[in-house]
Ligand binder design. Structure first.
Ligand code: SF4
Length: 75
């Protein structure tokens, strides 16, 4: 399993529920408009990735995107 993943929020899809920042404040924050955004574009370690994936599964608009980064597939 990849130990790194890209983390992104589709800000056009986000409905500003604030859930991501509530569930995982270490990974997400809210903009002034209440739209979610990742604190970092890259999450590392199985626990952080699992947390990000949990949030992605809870986001009401499916706006949280977690993409595993495979070794040798940088870029
Ligand atoms: S949980 Fe989803 S809809 Fe809610 S603020 Fe975060 S990205 Fe936006």
């Amino acid at each position: 399993m990849a130990e790194r993943a890209r983390l992104a929020v589709d800000q056009r899809a986000c409905v500003a529920s604030g859930l991501c920042a509530t569930l995982a404040p270490a990974l997400f924050r809210l903009t002034g408009d209440g739209v979610g955004e990742p604190r970092s574009a890259l999450v590392t370690g199985a626990a952080e990735i699992e947390s990000a994936e949990d949030v992605a599964g809870c986001c009401p608009s499916g706006a949280v995107l977690v993409t595993p980064v495979l070794d040798g597939a940088e870029g």
